[in-house]
Design a binder for this molecule. Structure first.
Ligand code: ZN
Length: 169
């Protein structure tokens, strides 16, 4: 990665309140020396996700913390993400849930008010750690089958390895 692309990641805003850096930040990537840098197509998708889901959510609930946005292949493997994860395409973000009631309210708000592809209230059975996973697909007139599915699962059990994700920031 050259200096220029690094600067671009650091300073670029995707929407009024979400930066590219925030959507690519990862403690695991830093720890393992993984360059988690998206291409322009991914950046466009991240922008759509921010615009259609994260900004309206922030407007309703105040500042929200993204614990994992874009993941390159290596990073996705390192954090135990599923093979075809929408994080790989810049279509998904994980949102920190500090309070389970607020998490439930966020879930309901997205489900009832926003356009989204998949919404999961994820938790790890062994320790009760939970977070919201939400994705958005940019609808394309050429790919109608790829439209947003509006699939919401309010009790999704994540594998124990996913606990690493809670440290993603
Ligand atoms: Zn996720």
């Amino acid at each position: 990665m050259n200096k220029q692309s690094k600067t671009k990641i650091d300073e670029r805003m995707l929407t009024a309140h979400f930066s590219l850096r925030e959507m690519c930040a990862s403690g695991t990537a830093i720890r393992l020396g993984i360059e988690n840098v998206p291409d322009e197509a991914v950046i466009k998708r991240l922008q759509q996700l921010c615009e259609h889901v994260l900004e309206p959510l922030r407007q309703r609930f105040g500042v929200i913390r993204i614990t994992s946005g874009y993941r390159c292949e290596r990073l996705n493997r390192a954090v135990g993400g599923v093979k075809n994860s929408q994080h790989l395409r810049g279509e998904a973000a994980d949102i920190h849930v500090s309070d389970i009631e607020v998490g439930r309210k966020m879930f309901r708000f997205i489900k009832e008010n926003l356009e989204f592809d998949q919404l999961l209230f994820e938790h790890i059975r062994e320790n009760g750690v939970c977070w919201l996973h939400v994705s958005y697909r940019n609808p394309s007139p050429f790919l109608p089958m790829k439209a947003n599915r509006r699939q919401a699962i309010d009790n999704y059990v994540a594998p124990p390895k996913a606990e690493e994700l809670k440290w993603e920031y």
